[in-house]
Design a protein around this ligand. Structure first.
Ligand SMILES: Cc1ncc(COP(=O)(O)O)c(C=O)c1O
Length: 412
């Protein structure tokens, strides 16, 4: 290992509001989706160079940057993208919000696969369009959770949609959808004249031996009906720089999209553009290989820990992302596990219900941190869960004793 992912700088600067300072200082933050690792050196060096130059003027995405993005798609997926198809956006949330403004109407809504990234749920109100849910179906085997597409529901909802907002890899479930599933989703979208917006922000955070295919790579017909959203932000841990890209091969669609980006004046910061250029150039790929291996062992540690010490808890085994999904519905925690762990364990997780109704009784845990911090968080959760189990058992015993005593008394 060349990079030391066990080293996580202190992020508790009281003048900065981030996930480490949001809650009181005794709370361990395992929520917002950024990692605790410093970004790779080539990116930091480039930013230092820009600062040393001293002039932080306006900048626009250059042709060289667009070419770098296109070449990365070719290198990673053998997907041929023309540089002119690449549009810089101020992050992926703005990227899909713009798409919804362009593609949806009050009669043609946005189709999503719940439980899904909380910002997907904000579009309906922000843009004023219907949200059409096609919930993923949960399956349980021992304590492992998997999720499947209900094709009948997907088809039914697609009929009413203007756009399908795909989350691949999926947040919070960590699924990398198979080519077969992607093809079937795309076919249904084509049949129903629904355009696809594919949020692929987590696509380079692959765990274990998983591989990834952008949905637009499957055919030129699918590509011509798809807006693909990518960013260096999650992969290289620079989300605070707010820079992403929409890849839109279809010229007419791209022009419509671009007009809305221009209308809303969504200009990307120069530092975001600099970071993205270096990130996608390949200079940070050694770092990324080691990061993936570290995250894979964190994922395996999490899954083993849960099976060994909290066997009533169910968990996903994510194919990608640094996000785990834990199901507490079979445990003594009867209300919100988010509140329970915040109050009883001093661990801040993401409340499952922000990802949709199906997320009640679940939490999302961020394992993009050092092993030490991950273990600390899990130890705290395990102790709190254990105490709660004992409390519930004692309460149960006391209640059954009282019942027996009352019954005896009524006979005496
Ligand atoms: C699926 C997904 N899309 C988008 C984002 C946020 O993207 P941005 O910060 O570029 O708007 C996140 C962050 O967690 C995410 O998980």
């Amino acid at each position: 290992m060349t990079y030391n992912f066990d080293r996580t700088p202190n992020r508790r600067d009281p003048n900065v509001l981030n996930k480490w300072t949001w809650y009181p200082s005794d709370v361990l933050p395992m929520w917002v989706a950024d990692m605790d690792f410093p970004a790779p050196n080539p990116i930091l060096d480039q930013l230092r160079k820009a600062v040393a130059h001293g002039v932080l003027g306006y900048e626009l995405p250059s042709n060289a940057l667009k070419t770098t993005v296109a070449e990365r798609m070719e290198r990673l997926y053998r997907w041929k993208v023309e540089p002119e198809a690449v549009i810089a956006v101020t992050g992926i949330v703005s990227g899909f919000s713009v798409a919804a403004r362009v593609l949806c109407t009050p009669r043609k809504g946005v189709l999503v696969q719940t439980p899904v990234y909380n910002e997907f749920h904000e579009i309906k109100n922000n843009v004023g369009i219907p949200q059409l849910n096609a919930p993923l179906v949960k399956r349980v085997k021992s304590n492992i959770l998997t999720y499947e597409i209900d094709w009948d529901v997907f088809k039914r909802q697609a009929k009413k949609a203007g756009m399908f907002l795909l989350c691949n890899p999926h947040n919070p479930l960590g699924i990398v959808f198979s080519r077969k599933d992607l093809r079937r989703m795309a076919e249904i979208c084509i049949e129903n004249d629904v355009l696809i917006v594919s949020d692929e922000i987590h696509s380079e955070l692959l765990l274990g031996g998983n591989s990834f295919t952008p949905i637009a790579k499957l055919s030129t017909e699918i590509a011509s009906r798809t807006i693909t959203l990518i960013a260096p932000s999650k992969t290289f841990n620079v989300p605070g720089l707010f820079c992403g890209f929409a890849i839109i091969p279809n010229k007419e669609l791209r022009e419509r999209y671009n007009r809305e980006v221009e209308r809303l004046r969504l200009h990307v910061s120069s530092m975001g553009l600099h970071a993205a250029h270096v990130a996608f150039s390949g200079q940070c790929d050694d770092w990324l290989i080691e990061l993936r291996s570290y995250l894979t062992s964190n994922r395996d540690f999490l899954v083993d820990y849960v099976a060994t010490y909290m066997p009533q808890v169910r968990t996903t085994v994510p194919d990608a992302t640094y996000l785990g999904w834990l199901d507490f519905t079979q445990t003594p925690i009867k209300d919100s596990p988010y509140d329970f762990f915040l109050n009883e364990a001093k661990v801040a997780l993401s409340d499952g219900k922000i990802f949709g109704e199906e997320g009640k009784g679940h939490v999302r845990i961020n394992f993009g941190t050092s092993r030490k911090i991950l273990q600390q968080g899990l130890d705290r959760m395990r102790r709190a869960l254990h105490s709660e189990s004992i409390r519930k058992i004692s309460l149960g015993l006391i209640q059954s004793h009282l019942k027996t005593a009352n019954t005896r008394l009524s006979y005496e």
